[in-house]
Design a protein around this ligand. Structure first.
Ligand code: SAH
Length: 208
């Protein structure tokens, strides 16, 4: 499959029916999801791997990972309706069997996986909403792909937080991210922001 083809397939999936601002339900655009998954695939973090998608929403990243050859994907999401849409989306592309839909808060998820992929809440509605996601990701996996706002204060936070957790940043990709006006506080029809896609990896323990 080509990256462009993956982007188109993912962009055609059904999104949130009535996005909840307090949960920061922005779906990842197909092209951004495809870039993240392409990077992960090229580094050997997808094919044949067990993957968790934390805050899976309507399933864009989970389904993309399954299409790219993941052995199994846990789609972890606390909004039941979003997860139902994720299941319909997975069925429409024939990858429902590869995905386990886990309707729970990410803090309750405790399966060990090879790779985490996630687009967590950016923390613009509820401050620091991305922290529980990062902590959980670092607890269950040694390799984590995550999407964050591309802003100096967020970058500073990520750089410090990640190092304190014993991880390092191995890759960072800055991309435009288009958010359609879906919440009352959005003024423009299409809000274009920039995001950073990160790859974090656990640092090898230092020799004594
Ligand atoms: N990963 C999806 C959705 C991103 S939006 C995509 O890429 O399109 C963030 C998602 O995290 C939302 O679906 C929201 O419902 C979910 N979420 C927010 N807080 C959560 C929590 N504590 N536990 C589980 N899911 C949560």
């Amino acid at each position: 499959m080509k990256k462009k083809h993956l982007a188109i397939l993912l962009s055609r999936l059904k999104g949130f029916e009535s996005p909840k601002p307090e949960l920061e339900q922005y779906r990842t655009p197909g092209n951004v999801a495809a870039e993240l998954l392409w990077l992960a695939h090229s580094l050997g973090d997808v094919e044949g791997k067990v993957i968790a998608d934390l805050g899976a929403g309507t399933g864009v990243l989970s389904i993309g990972a399954a299409l790219m050859g993941a052995e199994k994907v846990y789609a972890v999401e606390k909004d039941k309706r979003a997860l139902e849409i994720a299941r319909e989306n997975a069925r429409s592309l024939g990858v429902e069997d590869k995905i386990e839909f886990v309707n729970t808060d990410v803090s309750e998820f405790s399966k060990r996986v090879d790779t985490v992929v996630m687009n967590p809440p950016f923390g613009s509605q509820v401050k620091h909403a991305d922290r529980p996601f990062l902590l959980k990701a670092f607890e269950v996996s040694d390799v984590v792909y995550s999407i964050h706002l591309s802003k100096p204060e967020v970058r500073n936070f990520i750089e410090t937080f990640v190092v304190e957790a014993g991880f390092g940043i191995t890759h960072r990709l800055t991309l435009p991210f288009e958010i359609p006006a879906q919440f009352w506080f959005h003024k423009k029809r299409l809000e274009k922001i920039y995001i950073d896609v990160y790859r974090f990896e656990k640092c090898a323990s230092k020799p004594i």
